[in-house]
Each structure stands twice: as structure tokens, then as C-alpha cells.
Design a protein around this ligand. Structure first.
Ligand code: 13P
Length: 247
């Protein structure tokens, strides 16, 4: 069976000193092997976080990277830099990157390919706006996001991708998708993967839900058949994350 993966996306929060403090509070009670636990921290905090997490099973990730190896790309970081600093996961295509920083499907596809080539474990985000949810075209939109992200991605690499379904209307709003709404889309995504690849990839790929996950709704969401854990924003910055990990 698929192992659940529960990741905290810290977004642009936590200085180096705050990182030490927060990890000090979380690490013992989040240190489990029942689920994969990942702290996705600002890249500048990775080295410190790595040090603080020594001796635990908790893994690290970053929130973004660039698909070139090195060179004149001011402000960017490479896959090699992330791995060398001690992180192994990377978020690709978060709606905040797509909307605020104008990352398009082509760039997201290049990043997904590069992440796998480099040995990073990608968490690929997808999800619709409120407008698309309300006008009923959200499934078509998500299908396009998935198809374009996985263009020229091999079976094995697809299977080792984590997908995070994050409806934009549920992010940071306190308005969680109901467990049935989340399950409907996660199952839909799994079916798309089945059509693009095969039953093995469909059964093994892990699909998270993200969007106002908290200690009260985690259990119900993560009990759904096609939801393999969560990508948690706000609640990952608090001791509440312990209860989410131990849902
Ligand atoms: P919130 O949990 O704060 O809604 O954020 C979700 C998210 O964007 C995680 O990547």
C-alpha cells in the first residue's frame, strides 16, 4: 500500500533563528516512520534545518528551483545546490509560483524533468481557482495541468512524483474542500495518470491534498482512499503540525 506523505510548506516564513526554534518544538513528536514527514523550508534555512533534524526520519525540501545546472540566473538555485545542502524534495508548480511569479506549464514540465534527472523528489502541485470550480470546468483544467506537467516524463519517474491537489480557493482561506470534494479530484487525477501510464503507476503514485488542512480535518481527509497525505501551509508553522502528522 502507498505510504502517506505529510509535508509542511513553510512558504516565506521563518528566519534561521526561528527555524531552530520551530524544529526544536516539532521534531521529537513528528519523528515517525508510519508516514513520510517532510519540512519544506525556505532554501536559506536548509542547512540549519538539516543540522537540527539530525537523528530523525524527518526529510527536507525546498519550495522552488531552476531547471538549469548553473550560470547567470540571478536569484535562482539549482537542484545540485539543494541536494548538496541536504534537502531531497522540491515543490514544483505551487499556485503561488504560477500566479504571482507567472510560471507556466512549459516551465513546470522542464522543472519536473530536471528534478528527476537530478535525483530530487518532486511534489507537483495542481488545482483550480474558485472561478473554475464554480463554472464547472475545473476537471478539464486539472487534466490539462497534469498532462502538460508529465509530458516526456517516464513511467518510473511519474511513479516517483508526488502530486499535490491544492484548490486555490482553499489555500490560506480556512475554507477546506470537503473530504468528498478532495477525494473526487484526487481519484480523478489518479485516473488521468492511469490513462497516461499504466495501472502500476496509477496505483503507486502518491496524491496529497492541500488547502487549509488542520488538526481537525486531517484524519477525515487522509482516510479517503485516494488521498495519500497532505501539503500543509499555515498549520505547519505551529505545534498543531504534530497532531496532523499523528492524525
Ligand atoms: P494552507 O494550509 O495555509 O491553506 O496552505 C496550503 C498550501 O498552499 C500548501 O502548499
Amino acid at each position: 500500500m502507498r505510504k502517506k506523505i505529510i509535508a509542511g510548506n513553510w512558504k516565506m516564513n521563518m528566519t534561521v533563528s526561528e527555524t531552530k526554534e520551530l524544529i526544536g518544538k516539532l521534531k521529537d513528536k513528528c519523528n515517525t516512520d508510519k508516514v513520510d514527514v517532510v519540512f519544506i523550508v525556505p532554501s536559506i534555512d536548509v542547512t540549519t534545518a538539516k543540522e537540527c533534524l539530525k537523528g530523525t526520519n524527518i526529510r527536507l525540501g525546498t519550495q522552488n528551483f531552476y531547471f538549469e545546472d548553473k550560470g547567470a540566473f540571478t536569484g535562482e538555485i539549482s537542484a545540485k545546490m539543494i541536494l548538496d545542502a541536504g534537502a531531497e524534495y522540491v515543490i514544483i508548480g505551487h499556485s503561488e509560483r504560477r500566479n504571482i511569479f507567472k510560471e507556466d506549464d512549459t516551465m513546470i514540465n522542464k522543472k519536473l524533468i530536471k528534478a528527476h534527472e537530478s535525483g530530487l523528489k518532486p511534489i507537483l502541485c495542481c488545482g483550480e481557482s474558485l472561478e473554475l470550480r464554480e463554472n464547472g470546468t475545473y476537471k478539464k483544467f486539472i487534466e490539462e495541468q497534469i498532462k502538460s506537467a508529465f509530458l516526456n516524463v517516464s513511467d518510473v519517474n511519474a511513479m516517483n512524483t508526488v502530486i499535490a491537489y491544492e484548490p486555490i480557493w482553499a489555500i490560506g482561506t480556512g475554507k477546506t474542500a470537503t473530504s468528498d470534494e478532495a477525494e473526487e479530484v484526487c481519484k480523478f487525477i489518479r485516473d488521468i495518470i492511469g490513462k497516461l501510464y499504466n495501472d502500476k503507476v496509477k496505483d503507486e503514485i502518491r496524491i496529497q491534498y492541500g488547502g487549509s488542512v488542520n488538526s481537525k480535518n486531517a484524519n477525515e481527509l487522509f482516510s479517503k482512499e485516494d488521498i495519500d497525505g497532505g501539503l500543509v501551509g499555515g498549520a505547519s508553522l505551529k505545534e498543531e503540525f504534530i497532531d496532523i502528522v499523528n492524525y
